[in-house]
Design a binder for this molecule. Structure first.
Ligand code: PHE
Length: 413
């Protein structure tokens, strides 16, 4: 069970009533499209302030995420990771700035319900009303693409922890990310399908409404074909669809050895079940969008044996990772951090150490330091930003086994 907001969420303003309810009740419901009880959820446009007892002169970080809606675990895990970084820093007394002062940090989070329009509104509020120094988010590339032009125009640095579509950082020099990009992620799965699974015929089932899904399927297809593989079918759906049987039936007729489904967990779980109901035995292959505790619940036995690419594996014995996992579990009621928890933490830490190096906290000065990030010891890999402000680092391949994701391989760029 996910324990988002169970510890340490303190409303600094008039929102204490909401935050109190959230502390007790807000748990993951990524498969429930309509939020049931409004009091349990942040209404759009209503921020939540995070950071235990941050003083009034704290440096404010902005965060935009899907705390509710069909991708709720994305926003919740990211928020946990960010909160952990900020609380850790505050426990040490705060950030040490160039002017010799030391300041605590606070985070203002807006829930965008997984919608690009809401993400764009939230970023406007963070910039104009809240006057944040940096913006962290979003997870989904389509949401980050709705936010990035606003951050760029206002000269406020935006770091996406986990949006992998190349277009996100192409918006401009104020936009960076602490994860790899989809040309690499698509390459990794195409290589795995070819060399490890020895698949020659693969079908694609992509989400036509998602920049992430469209991009990732394109990069996979290019690499798989380059290797002599054949794409026997290319079918599409739209986020929120519930019936994928038509597309799956036509895919079945083409007898693929694997089906690449670069979507988000909530759709993938249903797709897996319907594929098995139709008698399709081929493994499903996917990308980081599968990463959620909810995948195992939604997909059940149907998702077992399938593979996806990801940013980190919780089984990695690296002490830096294992220490992060124990701290996260202790802080969030035993919840295992998924890659979004790790990347949220990494994005916040990259912003924080850049603040310590920056000559001041103006947007231009801060973005210069963020963009110089080199060999930063992240949880989901060591972070060095290239000249396009993308992190260059390995990906892992995981397999769903026994209701969890098991490490299979690491592929370096
Ligand atoms: N990479 C996905 C996107 O760009 C988001 C994501 C990252 C989802 C990591 C899950 C885990 O849309």
């Amino acid at each position: 069970m996910r324990a988002f907001a169970s510890v340490g969420v303190v409303a600094l303003s008039a929102l204490s009533l909401f935050a109190g309810a959230a502390c007790e009740k807000r748990t993951t419901d990524g498969n429930t499209p309509t939020p049931p009880a409004p009091v349990d959820k942040p209404a759009p446009g209503q921020p939540v302030d995070v950071a235990a007892a941050a003083p009034a002169d704290a440096i404010l970080l902005g965060e935009v995420g899907s705390l509710t809606g069909s991708e709720a675990t994305f926003g919740q895990s990211t928020a946990n990771g960010i909160q952990m970084a900020v609380d850790e820093m505050n426990a040490k007394g705060g950030v040490k700035l160039a002017d010799g002062t030391q300041k605590k940090l606070a985070v203002r989070v807006y829930d965008d319900q997984g919608k690009p329009e809401e993400a764009a509104n939230a970023v406007t509020r963070l910039i104009n009303q809240d006057k944040v120094k940096v913006i962290l988010g979003e997870v989904a590339s389509s949401n980050s693409l709705a936010m990035a032009p606003k951050a760029q125009a206002a000269q406020i640095p935006m770091i996406t922890p986990s949006s992998t579509n190349p277009k996100v950082t192409e918006v401009g020099e104020y936009i960076s990310r602490v994860c790899f990009i989809d040309p690499f992620q698509g390459f990794v799965m195409a290589k795995f399908a070819d060399e490890t699974l020895k698949a020659k015929k693969v079908a694609i089932l992509k989400d036509n409404k998602s920049d992430y899904s469209l991009g990732l399927s394109q990069f996979f297809v290019e690499e798989f074909k380059k290797r002599g593989g054949e794409i026997v079918a290319e079918e599409a759906y739209s986020k929120g669809d519930t019936d994928f049987r038509g597309q799956l039936t036509s895919i079945k007729g083409k007898k693929p050895e694997a089906i690449y489904v670069p979507g988000y967990y909530n759709d993938v779980g249903v797709i897996a079940r319907q594929a098995r109901e139709l008698g399709i035995k081929a493994p499903l292959l996917g990308g980081d969008g599968w990463e959620s505790e909810k995948l195992y619940e939604l997909g059940g036995a149907a998702i077992e044996g399938s593979y996806y690419t990801n940013h980190y594996s919780a089984e990695d014995p690296n002490p830096r990772i294992q220490e992060f996992i124990s701290k996260y579990k202790a802080k969030f009621g035993g919840a295992m951090p998924d890659s979004l928890g790790a990347l949220g933490y990494d994005a916040a830490m990259v912003a924080i150490v850049a603040m310590e190096r920056a000559k001041d906290l103006s947007g231009p000065a801060l973005k210069d330091e963020i963009n110089k990030t080199k060999d930063h010891p992240g949880i989901a890999g060591t972070i060095t930003l290239n000249d396009k402000r993308d992190a260059v680092k390995p990906a892992v391949v995981l397999q769903v086994k026994g209701g969890k994701s098991v490490y299979v391989a690491t592929v370096s760029p």
